[in-house]
Design a protein around this ligand. Structure first.
Ligand SMILES: *Cc1c(COP(=O)(O)O)cnc(C)c1O
Length: 435
């Protein structure tokens, strides 16, 4: 097969190899990078892949062929996939249902997977550069922590995180401010939008841009999508070897990065059956699948805050692949879940399974319960658990009436000393930090 190249969804940017597309992030025409072709893997060729890291290296190899990453893909994957993503069966009398736990990484959410892979790639891409790369991240909470954790201690890359003062939870702030070394946390006097504007202002400032090298690490980066295919690959292969049947996934969805990776994995030949998207009250995607009319809108604040997205950017990638609405309807279905139903599901499953979900994960379990008994019986359903409930203790603990135990990696972070740099939302105040 020829090397896979990457083209912009908007069609007006040069084709790049994987390393160059990852280094760039957004295509110069404002579009998102998509592979020109997908490999067609045969599930039986993964028979010798015992670990997630081995499955990942096998799956991603063709996607990075012909780039500077090709020779190091084994090393990148064992670096990035250094924590487990187990499939845990639930003791249900309603059909076979399991949970894919993606929260065993350093900041206890699935974004650790993408951030760690991206960081490992960037370190290799930057190995030859004479000046360090400054990665700027505006965050409303979760992404910044995963990126900071993933890049901490890596050579030739520095990360500056910008978060809004007083608008992230105490535990989130600690995950942004505990690192030191090559990571700086700027506490911005403003809102999340001001943080985003500040980062954009840096990218538009000629003096700063000529004196330094800047890049971003946001969720549309190809380097975050490719690794997210791998836990779907590993989980589906495991089920397929055991049952001889492809499992179906229910994915809590905001910006659609996680679910899109599941669609890519299926397209690459992995044994994946249905893909169902669970959104919170932000129902742009369910409405689109229903009406065929793409109507992005402002976001609504919900309990599943990491999914508060009214204009999911990765939809541009999914629509590029499936521009016909009826075709798209064959690929995915979607359902919106209100805050009230999220709360009820957390209580219900605590009683039923003795399991505690974060509010995002609860949307997927709610959607499972809405399937017909025939649908439940026909498939092995895997609901995706995107974060550990201890990250959202303020929502979860009052509902279940007890404390949620903090997992070990998160506990370690919560005990580190923290430091943040207060700045105004004005670019001129920030300038001195790049002197
Ligand atoms: C980011 C996030 C999501 C949404 O994932 P997308 O890729 O944006 O769809 C869901 N749950 C948690 C805990 C998250 O951090």
């Amino acid at each position: 097969m020829d090397n896979i190249e990457y083209v912009s969804t908007r069609g007006h940017a040069a084709r790049l190899n994987a390393a160059d597309a990852i280094a760039r992030g957004l295509a110069p025409d404002g579009g998102l990078y998509m592979p020109t072709t997908f490999p067609s893997v045969d599930p039986s060729t993964f028979a010798d892949c015992a670990t997630l890291a081995q499955t990942a290296a096998r799956l991603i190899a063709p996607f990075v062929q012909g780039s500077v990453l090709a020779g190091s893909i084994g090393q990148i994957c064992s670096d990035a996939f250094n924590f487990p993503t187990p499939v845990v069966p639930l003791d249900s009398d309603q059909g076979e249902v399991s949970v894919l736990e993606l929260f065993h990484g350093p900041t206890a959410a699935f974004k650790d997977v993408g951030a760690r892979f991206l960081a490992a790639c960037m370190e290799i891409i930057e190995a030859q550069s004479s000046r360090p790369l400054n990665i700027l991240v505006a965050t409303s909470g979760d992404t910044g922590g995963a990126v900071a954790a993933a890049f901490h201690g890596r050579a030739n890359v520095k990360v500056d995180v910008f978060y809004p003062r007083g608008q992230v939870s105490g535990r989130q702030e600690q995950q942004l401010t505990c690192w030191g070394g090559n990571i700086r946390a700027f506490c911005v006097d403003g809102r999340f939008d001001d943080c985003q504007h500040l980062v954009k202002a840096v990218f538009q400032d000629k003096a700063l841009m000529s004196a330094h090298r800047f890049s971003s690490a946001n969720s549309i980066n190809l380097g975050r999508l490719l690794p997210q295919m791998c836990y779907y690959a590993h989980a589906s292969l495991e089920a397929w070897r055991r049952d001889g049947k492809a499992p179906s996934f229910i994915v809590p969805t905001g910006n659609l990065g996680n679910a899109l990776a599941c669609v890519w994995a299926r397209r690459a030949g992995l044994p994946i059956d249905n893909i169902v998207l669970a959104t919170n009250a932000n129902q742009t995607i369910p409405d689109y699948l229903k009406d065929g009319d793409w109507q992005p809108r402002g976001s609504i604040a919900t309990l599943a805050s990491a999914m508060d997205v009214g204009n999911p950017s990765n939809m541009e990638r999914l629509r590029w692949l499936h521009s016909d609405i009826d075709d798209l309807r064959q690929q995915v279905t979607a359902m919106s879940v209100s805050d009230e139903l999220i709360r009820a599901q957390i209580v219900k499953d605590f009683e039923r399974f003795d399991q505690v979900w974060c509010p995002h994960t609860a949307t997927a379990l709610y959607v499972y319960d809405q399937l017909t008994p025939e649908q439940q019986a026909e498939h092995h359903w895997i609901a995706v658990a995107t974060a550990h409930p201890a990250k959202f203790e303020d929502v979860v603990e009052p509902l279940i009436g007890r404390e949620v135990e903090v997992p070990e990696p998160l506990a370690r972070i919560l005990n580190l000393p923290s430091k943040s740099l207060p700045v105004s939302a004005q670019l001129d105040d920030l300038r001195s930090w790049y002197a």
